[in-house]
Each structure stands twice: as C-alpha cells, then as structure tokens.
Design a protein around this ligand. Sequence first.
Ligand SMILES: [Zn+2]
Length: 329
Amino acid sequence: MNLLCRIQCGRKEKRMRKKSGGRIFRILSFVLIFVLMAGVCAGCGTEKGKGSQTTGSSEKNKNDSGKRGKVTKAVSNEAAEASAPAQETEDTAQNPTPEPTPTPEPTPAPPQPQPEGQYVAYLTFDDGTSEQTDHVLDILAQYGIKATFFVTQQQGEENAARYRRIVAEGHSIGLHSVTHSYKQVYASLDTFIADVEGIRQFVLNTTGVDTHLYRFPGGSSNTVSNVPITDCIRYLNQNGYRYFDWNVDTSDAVNHNSQTVDQLLNNVFNGGAGKYHSLVVLMHDSKYQTTTVAALPQLIEGLMARGYQILPITEYTPTVQHKKAETVQ
Ligand SMILES: [Zn+2]
C-alpha cells in the first residue's frame, strides 16, 4: 500500500513538476521576450536619443574641440613664449631656492600737511619785471626753487616774455602796482582800486593768470597813503584778495642798491632767519638790483643750511601782514 502510494505520489509529483516546470518555463519565456522587446525598444529610443544627443554632443564636442583647439593653441603659444621660464620653474622645483621677495607696488604718499615747527622761507621779488628778472629766474632754476614775484606794469615784449616765464617756470605771480607811484596809488580809494584792478588785468592779459595775491606798495604799514589803509584792506578783503607783507627785509632797495652782498646776507641771517619759522623775505627786481642777484645763491644756500624749505606763496600760505586783514571789518 505504501509502495503503491509512493509510486502514485511520485507520478503526481512528476506531473506537478512538469506542470510547474512548464509554467516557470513559460513565465521565463515571457519575461525573456518582454526583456528582449523592452531592450530593443529601449535601444531604439536610446539610439534615437543617442542620435540626437550624439548630434548635439558632437556639435558640442566640435565646439568644445574648437574651443579646446583655440585654448590649446593659446596655451601652446604661451608655452612657446614662456618655455624658458617654465623650465626655470621646474628646475626651481627640483632645487628649491627661496622665492625672491616681490617688489611692493609703490603707494602714492598722501598729501602731508606742513609739519608744525617746519622752517619755511618765501623769497619775494617786488617791482619787476626788469632786466634782473632773467638772472633771478636762472638762479632759481639752478637750485630748483620756486619764488614769488609781486609785479608792476612794465611795457615791451621783453618784459611780457618775463611775466610769462615766471608763470611757465612754476613761480607765483602776485600783484603790486601799475605805476608804483605812491601819490597816484594812494591819492584816494578810487585810485587805489583802479591801481589794483589795473595790474590784475594786465597780469591776466599777459600771462592768463587771474591772481589775487597782492602786496601793497610800501606795505600795509606804509605811512604815505592819503587813504586810510583800512579802507584799502576792506576792499581787498571784500574782493577775494590775499595780501602779504614781509618779516625779513634784505634792504636791497635802500638808496637804489647801496648795500653790499654781505650786508644783504647779514640783514637776512641776523634779521628774521632763525627768529621765525616762516620767513617772508623782501627783495626787489629792478634794473638797480644787481647786488640782489649777486647775493641770491648764498642767500638760498644759507637758508637751506639752516633747515628752511623754500616755497612759493600761494592762496593757502599763512599770511604775514603788518596790518592784519582780520582786524578790518
Ligand atoms: Zn614796491
């Protein structure tokens, strides 16, 4: 019974295995077909996509390769140009030596305010231009120094060239007078104003510079004016002028050049030099002042030796005034 059962059961199992095997085979077949079909379709899609992608990417590649070509070309050019330094770099890498310290870029120095206590001298020449102007300018150029010329109205092309040379060589030009005749200049406030505006217009016409630097004929402390000097100062204050007197007088105008070189130098170095931090030195520029020209190199050297920086007067220069402008309202 058992044996029969086993035989029957065995046959059943075989049939079952056959059946299930068949099923599995069919399922596998379907799966395989499906996979194959899907693979083909996917392949088609992929190929299509790939085709378009390939086209795109090939164009892209073309572009890229074009770009690369260019880059390569550029690199190769650079490499060709820089081949020697590259070799040096490799050698340097094999045998490292300290990198040379790069030279720092020079940074422009900010404008420095004039340090307190610094000695400054302003050389001023009144009454020009004249035949001495050329000599004075030559000496100033030789020392690389800028000065200030308070000029009068002198006619002629030679003088016109001198006014222009003063400006062209970087000196300051200031106003002094048209006539330098005390009687005429200070006869009245009107004549004073006419004189100031006359010399201003003359300098402007001759040099193109509209200067408002001014020096009174005889200084703001003069005793020859018929007009109260305060009236003159008021006019200057109200019209943007800045006037300068002096605190060191070379006395080179005394009796039309009666002083020797030593006397002129003595007047400066035993006068204001060393006494003031800011010197405004009065000199003259007329046909008489040959001694001034002769003393100028020693004057410059002496000031430098005493630590003075020699500068031209500008609208920013602190004023030296015998009669202070701010005392006049
Ligand atoms: Zn003068």
